[in-house]
Design a protein around this ligand. Structure first.
Ligand code: PEP
Length: 254
């Protein structure tokens, strides 16, 4: 059985002091959880500070993006090697806000995945359709296009190191959560795509998170679905109480 993974994307929130308060409280709430992988993804400025707070605990650190180059004249950017050096184990790649507001392409996502893997970071690769695409029944076409672009020249050994996140754009930050059935349908499509392109073993092993308005009271229903292995959480990860409750409620699977 795949171990659930719950990751919190803090986006552009939290000063060091606020990060300290959130992490201290979260640690108390989930200190005895060993059957869920727990990840927090603070902004770059708080990574190394939070890394120190998480040392030897059951919460791992992730970043929200990376550049694909190792180093160079890329003002404002941060490399995968730097993220590793700051204490990260995970990195979110291809979040819809990066795609929408920073013109991130599937080609860029592909380069970033390769950079992350080269630096032993686990990429959390986001895919998802927007409302217009869903209404035109293009969801599967969009997902297929994003998967094909993201994993170009990624081999079977590499794909097994990746986490996927299905994040319907219309459900992010809107309070409009996909129903468990709507999410499951796309998760199943993704798992079938993985089986077709990388074989049954990879497809069975790879974890696929759902993201989009996940809250303490809807996570359990989502986790009951066969192909949903956890969540990527935005808004509700900014408070220890709600993020802790999502972690605890995600354990009900099985
Ligand atoms: C996200 O930004 O990845 C996300 C899922 O946000 P929210 O939980 O706030 O919808």
């Amino acid at each position: 059985m795949r171990k659930p993974i719950i990751a919190g994307n803090w986006k552009m929130y939290k000063t060091l002091k606020e990060a300290e308060e959130l992490v201290s409280s979260l640690k108390r709430q989930v200190y005895d959880v060993t059957d869920v992988d727990i990840v927090v993804c603070p902004p770059y400025t708080a990574l190394s500070y939070v890394a120190d707070m998480l040392e030897d605990g059951n919460i791992a650190l992730g970043a929200q993006d990376t550049h694909w180059e190792e180093e160079g004249a890329w003002t404002g950017e941060v490399s995968a090697g730097m993220l590793k050096d700051a204490g990260c184990l995970y990195v979110i790649i291809g979040h819809s806000e990066r795609r929408q507001f920073f013109s991130e392409t599937d080609e860029g996502v592909n380069k970033k995945i390769k950079a992350a893997l080269k630096n032993s970071l686990i990429p959390i690769v986001c895919v998802g359709e927007n409302l217009n695409q869903r209404e035109k029944s293009l969801t599967f076409d969009i997902i297929k296009e994003q998967l094909t672009g993201a994993f170009k020249n990624i081999n079977s050994e590499e794909i097994e190191k990746i986490i996927l996140a299905y994040e319907p754009v219309w459900a992010i930050g809107t309070g409009k959560v996909a129903t468990p059935q709507q999410a499951q349908e796309v998760h199943k499509y993704i798992r079938d795509w993985l089986a077709k392109n990388y074989g049954e073993q990879a497809s069975r092993q790879i974890r696929i998170q759902y993201g989009g308005s996940v809250k303490p009271d809807n996570i359990a229903g989502l986790m009951l679905e066969e192909d949903i292995d956890g969540a990527l959480v935005g808004g509700a990860s900014l408070k220890a109480d709600s993020f802790g409750a999502i972690v605890i409620n995600s354990r009900k699977k099985g």
